[in-house]
Design a protein around this ligand. Structure first.
Ligand SMILES: Nc1ncnc2c1ncn2[C@@H]1O[C@H](COP(=O)(O)OP(=O)(O)OP(=O)(O)O)[C@@H](O)[C@H]1O
Ligand SMILES: [Mg+2]
Length: 413
């Protein structure tokens, strides 16, 4: 059992300044009662992301530790200005998610708004899911854990289950202009137009991308529909960046981190992100370790189960918890079918943006340039195009895997 820490107001933290491995120790002692005042603490910057600063602070003697995530007014990687409201959103969302899915996100101990510093549970005994999958680890409970999390957090924040006035207050509170702007551009625009000249296409796939993405008006129309859904469907409080690097895992379960892109958006965006990113784990292993058949069949099964379990659990939760009589079984089935078609479409847009956009995933980066990489990326793109165009036609998870197999077979290089 973790004890809540008492917060103390200390005035030097009223104006934002960037913490470092020295000042973070005073910050922790001045703001929280988590460690003894005279404890000899250690600190290390552990952040490997592009946006914020993440520190671990620990007491060797007691073994106690904390993690502090601080936002700056400029991006850590490029120095580009970015508003800090995302940090307040992250703090609030983690608390909310913890109330709907207890233990599945890091516990928040303290939030200092002027310093944009979020102090939370250290989850170092959990492993980054993307890394764990690249190492070939199998987690039999992954589909159950992640669908439990998504169903609990996402459906509970819809106005089917939440008081509708409160939901509207949340929509307002969690408007996330700058971070949504990033997704609207990187996910739903640039991969199809390259208007900022930032797409990064594997050598040998330029003509393919020209024909299959830039030259397909039918595809663009469907991406337009998904973009419009992303921007206008205030359905639930979504995580907004639920890729496999935001999910941490060990034998006891999962912890989901980094909800700074959260806003009221379509549920299918989160579910589609999870599914889309697991296709990268599958693609990586098919090329780099085709003999790892245990892993390959498990990851295929997991993708398929995530689709099926989410659908089944969503219908069950809504059927058992909705009280409003117009939202009957027929309504619920249509509502969940809509989420599932968004899911498939958004898995498609996630796959395409990682293959041709400039924010790559390790799973693909680690495949060495050459014929095999060209082939697997074409298979991913063709699968994604079908997911986007035919998103309403998939009725179970195995059909997604079959689509990928078909597309992979059809690629001729
Ligand atoms: N509560 C935590 N406990 C342990 N490690 C953590 C915790 N939170 C973050 N980390 C570590 O810091 C890394 C970066 O965290 P996070 O993804 O939240 O930062 P970010 O700057 O928002 O990154 P990104 O560029 O991916 O958005 C994580 O991948 C993880 O290794
Ligand atoms: Mg982040």
């Amino acid at each position: 059992m973790v004890t809540e820490c008492m917060s103390k107001a200390v005035n030097i933290y009223t104006d934002h300044f960037l913490l470092d491995e020295k000042t973070i120790i005073d910050f922790v002692k001045d703001n929280l009662d988590y460690f003894d005042r005279d404890a000899s603490l250690h600190a290390k910057e552990i952040g490997d992301g592009n946006i914020n600063y993440v520190f671990r602070v620990w007491d060797e003697k007691t073994g106690r530790s904390l993690v502090i995530k601080q936002a700056d007014k400029k991006l850590k990687s490029s120095g580009r200005p970015l508003g800090v409201y995302r940090n307040k959103i992250e703090a609030e969302i983690l608390k909310l998610q913890n109330s709907f899915a207890p233990g599945k996100v890091p516990h928040i101990y303290h939030y200092n708004e002027s310093m944009c510093a979020l102090t939370m549970e250290d989850i170092s005994d959990f492993k980054n899911l993307r890394t764990a999958l690249l190492e070939g680890n199998i987690y039999e409970d992954l589909s159950r854990e992640i669908t439990d999390f998504m169903v609990q957090v996402l459906l509970s924040t819809t106005d089917l289950l939440m008081d509708r006035h409160m939901k509207k207050e949340f929509v307002k509170k969690f408007i996330n202009v700058e971070l949504c702007d990033i997704s609207e551009d990187l996910v739903f625009t640039e991969p199809y137009f390259n208007y900022k000249d930032r797409n990064v296409i594997t050598a040998g796939n330029e003509d393919f991308v020209n024909a299959v993405l830039y030259g397909d008006e039918g595809l663009k129309k469907e991406v337009g529909v998904l973009r419009n859904t992303f921007m206008n469907a205030s359905q639930a409080l979504i995580h907004g960046d639920l890729h496999s690097g935001s999910i941490f895992i060990n034998e006891t379960g999962i912890k989901v981190i980094d909800p700074e892109f959260a806003f009221y958006g379509p549920i299918g965006y989160d579910v589609g992100n999870v599914i889309g990113n697991l296709f990268f784990s599958l693609a990586n292993k098919l090329v780099t370790a085709p003999d790892h058949t245990d892993f390959i069949s498990w990851i295929e099964r997991t993708i398929s189960e995530i689709f099926d379990c989410f659908k089944e659990k969503a219908v069950h939760k809504l059927t058992t918890e909705i009280e409003f009589p117009l939202y009957n079984d027929g309504f619920i089935n249509d509502y969940v079918a809509g989420i599932m078609s968004d899911t498939v479409g958004m898995a498609g847009t996630e796959i395409i943006r990682r293959v041709v956009g400039d924010t790559k995933v390790k799973d693909l980066i680690l495949i060495k340039e050459g014929k095999e990489k060209i082939k697997i990326e074409r298979a991913l793109i063709l699968t994604a195009v079908s997911f986007i165009k035919n998103r309403k036609t998939y009725t179970c998870g195995m059909e997604l895997i079959d689509e990928f197999r078909r597309c992979k077979e059809s690629v001729n290089v």
